[in-house]
Design a protein around this ligand. Structure first.
Ligand SMILES: Cc1cc2nc3c(=O)[nH]c(=O)nc-3n(C[C@H](O)[C@H](O)[C@H](O)COP(=O)(O)OP(=O)(O)OC[C@H]3O[C@@H](n4cnc5c(N)ncnc54)[C@H](O)[C@@H]3O)c2cc1C
Length: 265
């Protein structure tokens, strides 16, 4: 179990940021579900709950999601059910149970770049940007690929467009961590195929996505793109599944994802 010496509830992000850098063990708190699994000794725990970061807004051409928004809010948000064929609510709906999803936060999940993350896989198939307090706004893909100085994730932005999407995951049992996560999307004949829980973190299969975008979408093209995704990405083994099993499942789920997007209205 983790321990906390003192809790700070900053009133500004600058105060939170300064506190984060005040001591190496100072730590930002999300819903604490993951933190409590560890044994970290935290000098100052920085609780962001006074900063009004728990919201989903649609100010114009974007959806804005605050870092302290819970998975349950994502799961039940009416607009998110309508957009992208409900891919975001679907991605979080199998994680443990409702009480758990009422607690865990979007900001912690994205900032921590968990390999097993269902939400990250779905977000990467959309036009998503993250905002770091000091690091500013950048594409999610860039955020996942590079490392950045310690910061606070404040918001996510997703372009509100007509992207069609599908989310697939495979688990040994309903509430277990996923063995593999797949998100496929299409906008203006440009496709994105994303594979996560390999068990490495979600990654765009860029060659497979490109090949599919330039194809006539025949059964053979779909088969070939699914094979390309398996070839270009790396897969590993853990207690949930072997690399070979993941590769076999990747091909099946990518095909399923593409077929589902083709059926979307
Ligand atoms: C038992 C268990 C099973 C799980 N199963 C799944 C699963 O099947 N699929 C899945 O996708 N996820 C799963 N998760 C992960 C879960 O969905 C959350 O991603 C995870 O718990 C982190 O969210 P939190 O709000 O609890 O973060 P916390 O535990 O509070 O924080 C996690 C880390 O994020 C940092 N942090 C928090 N907020 C911010 C911020 N705004 N900016 C910068 N850093 C921040 C914290 O300092 C900490 O290092 C599971 C977690 C647990 C505990």
């Amino acid at each position: 179990m983790f321990t906390i010496e003192q809790v700070l509830q900053p009133e500004t992000l600058e105060e939170a940021y300064q506190a984060l850098h005040g001591n190496i063990s100072n730590t930002v708190l999300g819903g604490c579900a993951f933190l409590r699994l560890g044994s970290k000794k935290i000098a100052t725990a920085i609780d962001l709950s006074e900063l009004k970061l728990d919201y989903i807004l649609e100010p114009g051409k974007e959806i804005e999601i605050g870092a302290m928004t819970t998975f349950r809010t994502v799961e039940t948000h009416p607009t998110l059910h309508q957009l992208f064929n409900g891919v975001l609510p679907k991605s979080v709906s199998n994680i443990i149970g409702v009480q758990f999803r009422n607690v865990v936060t979007v900001g912690a999940t994205v900032y921590s770049k968990y390999g097993f993350s269902d939400l990250l896989t779905a977000l990467l198939a959309l036009d998503t940007e993250v905002e770091l307090y000091k690091g500013g706004r950048l594409p999610l893909e860039e955020f996942l690929q590079k490392s950045f100085p310690k910061d606070i994730l404040t918001r996510l932005f997703i372009q509100k467009n007509a992207r069609k999407a599908s989310y697939q995951s495979m688990r040994n049992s309903l509430s277990d961590y996923p063995i593999l996560t797949i998100a496929v999307s299409e906008l203006n004949q440009r496709w994105r195929i994303v594979v996560g829980a390999r068990p490495l973190r979600a990654q765009l299969a860029s060659k497979a996505s490109e090949a599919l975008s330039n194809s006539k979408l025949t059964a053979e093209d779909i088969e070939q793109s699914a094979s390309l995704a398996v070839e270009e990405l790396s897969f590993g083994s853990n207690i949930r599944g072997s690399a070979e099993y993941r590769k076999a499942m990747c091909k099946v789920l990518v095909k399923r994802g593409i077929m589902e997007v083709l059926q979307c209205k």
